[in-house]
Ligand binder design. Sequence first.
Ligand SMILES: [Zn+2]
Length: 79
Amino acid sequence: MKFDSNQIQKLIHLTFAARDDDTIGCDGCSELMVEFAQAELDGREIPDGLKVVRAHIDQCRCCKAEYRALIDGLEEILP
Ligand SMILES: [Zn+2]
């Protein structure tokens, strides 16, 4: 089976789009998660470097649960 160039373009686009949304994986996410949570709780603007965390949390159920727990914990210790 052969793909024509249109199909190949689409395939490449899909592959890269998926990668753009989630470049850090679960390991990278947990490393940046505390920083991200603090920025969000402070109501600061999320820096570009931390936006990948949001993208990952939106897609990853286990990191989302971890993030919720972290926010709950931080809210308890912060005034
Ligand atoms: Zn994850």
